[in-house]
Design a protein. Structure first.
Length: 166
């Protein structure tokens, strides 16, 4: 009887050691349809990476924090990956980059009073809104004023655009 009890206690202690966890980090703001704003983790990223983790008998853990803190945690090894993390030579010194199969596109949203924009030249004398830490684009290589916002999501950008501040 004692041997069976000891075995059950031993398995209760040791079983978590056999459990695999993969930790995904992401900023607190939404990037729909990829991920909802914190505290919700719903979206394409959760669906894809949770299924991938299950396929290798692991559990997906999602940690949300401001972007700079998430990058720091990635650098320290406290999180395993940050989906959609843009490549740079500096970042490649502590992060391995790989294609996840998802594509991204840049979209320009303007106030309804602004004429349709078909090329970058038409952005001259306009204020471009971008989130801090967003990927560099061809726009920033031109003489266009860029206004950065912390955790700038689409809903926040639309509010700024409605006020004609961007």
């Amino acid at each position: 009887m004692y041997r069976i009890s000891f075995f059950i206690v031993l398995m209760t202690i040791c079983l978590p050691a056999f459990c695999c966890e993969i930790t995904m980090g992401y900023r607190t703001s939404a990037r729909l349809p990829l991920i909802a704003a914190m505290p919700s983790n719903q979206g394409l990223y959760k669906a894809i990476y949770q299924r991938a983790a299950q396929n290798i008998n692991c559990k997906l853990v999602i940690k949300r924090a401001p972007k700079k803190r998430t990058i720091k945690l990635l650098n320290e090894g406290a999180i395993d990956f940050y989906p959609g993390y843009g490549f740079s030579q500096t970042r490649s010194e502590f992060t391995h980059f790989f294609e996840n199969g998802l594509t991204s596109h840049s979209v320009v949203i303007t106030h309804r009073d602004v004429a349709k924009i078909d090329n970058l030249k038409q952005l001259e004398n306009k204020v471009l809104l971008k989130p801090y830490g967003g990927r560099k684009s061809a726009i920033e290589e031109r003489d266009i004023m860029v206004r950065y916002g912390q955790d700038l999501g689409i809903a926040d950008a639309i509010k700024v655009i409605e006020k004609k501040a961007g």
